[in-house]
Ligand binder design. Sequence first.
Ligand SMILES: NC(=O)c1ccc[n+]([C@@H]2O[C@H](COP(=O)([O-])OP(=O)(O)OC[C@H]3O[C@@H](n4cnc5c(N)ncnc54)[C@H](OP(=O)(O)O)[C@@H]3O)[C@@H](O)[C@H]2O)c1
Length: 464
Amino acid sequence: MACLLTMTSCSAAEVPAAGSRTNPGSAKLTSESQPMTAFADVPADAWYAEAVAYCQQNGIMSGTTDTTFAPEATLTRAMLVTILWRQAEKPVVNYLMQFSDVPEGQWHSEAVRWAASEKLMAGYGDGRFGINDPITQEQLNLIFQRYTGQPVTGDIPGFDGSSKPVTRAQAAMAVMNFAQLSTEKKEIGMFNFEAKTVMLNSGYVMPLNGLGTYSLHGEICINSVKSALASGVRLIDTASAYGNEEEVGQAIREAMEEFGIQREEIFVTTKIYPGSEMANPERSIQACLDRLDIGYVDLMLLHHPDRNDVKAYQAMEKFVEEGKIRSIGLSNWYVKELEEFLPQVTITPALVQNEIHPYYQENDVIPYIQDLGIVVQGWYPLGGRGHTAELLGDEVISGIAKAHGVSSAQVILRWNLQKGVVVIPGSSNPDHIEENTEIYDFALTNAEMDQINALDRGEKHDWY
Ligand SMILES: NC(=O)c1ccc[n+]([C@@H]2O[C@H](COP(=O)([O-])OP(=O)(O)OC[C@H]3O[C@@H](n4cnc5c(N)ncnc54)[C@H](OP(=O)(O)O)[C@@H]3O)[C@@H](O)[C@H]2O)c1
């Protein structure tokens, strides 16, 4: 009998050893004309070519012969558990397995032991595992649900979750899609200090520092936003309540034209306000889009909790579906509010924006939010107008600033970043705007972080 899948009828010795894991997709070759694998039945332009290359290079699936992969061949239960076991990096488990058709020492024995111990696949009532029985698409979905927490993901040709058997090409795609998803999940919320960005749970990337536009109006607002964009700032925060979305939009359009910046390079946040705006959310959201007039909005937040906040959030979810808003989130939401709110909505907020500065640190709230895979952004990072002198003149902060040859504002912004908090300082002064971007060439020591952490007074500088 032909060795259909190395795992059906070949010995363990014939199964290629798992190579070192690479990032999903790294198997892709640079030249589109070159085949991704040496398999004659896997053309370079086949929808499964990248997945087959990924599985082969990571030791998850091999060919049926040296030159064939048999993409259309179907899978048995033993083959499938072995693929998942290899994908999980061959865990060795201490579990008493007593299937009558799975003797010890077979190529699939450890994989079946692992799958049984993880309750991914149970045996039959007659004591068999059913190693040679085929796997259907419906069963694969169930197994994936148990293994990954969700059914098979991605658009896989011919895969509709029905009782049709799973092909090797489909299995390779399912495994690669899952690997890609878990890599992306690992990156969510991680600050990339080189790129100066963070990946949101929506899959979009956001800059780590931006410009806040609260209380900036007219020409001052336009000039501040353009100044920021000219200084390399790519994150702009506004809100319907600030009454300056039109100026922000105008400044962005002008800067795109004058400085040659693409819309996709700029990340714009706006917010809708409690009361009448949240009572009529579709109208309010559309009004923000119209006032900004920059195509889509990168991130829209609910400005504060409100009796209509769930309804307003659900309206934002619809705008996400329509592609008019890319990510959505909340502002001024704390632990209790999040606990009540999250079960009522479908899309997990990408970001929560709360008051955070050295005198009001929210040390209990920040990790709670971050553990949910939600990015935290701080407003009033410098204490807010009327309080900046106190913070910037703080002895501890000034001392640290002096030691690094930077300003107090830069120390505070850097402290935020090192706590995993995105910063949006407000300013109408081009020198300050530029200074606030120069926070990546020095780092605070643990002792300095501790010194600033010790300044917390629980002192809120605004009522919400
Ligand atoms: N979600 C919410 O509820 C909420 C609430 C409040 C604010 N926000 C957002 O958070 C942003 C930040 O808050 P904010 O602008 O009110 O307060 P902030 O950033 O804490 O402080 C702004 C003040 O700091 C000064 N400043 C900025 N950079 C400086 C520097 N390098 N050196 C010395 N002074 C400097 C500014 O003066 P100059 O103009 O002279 O530079 C301005 O007076 C807002 O703009 C808004 O986008 C959100």
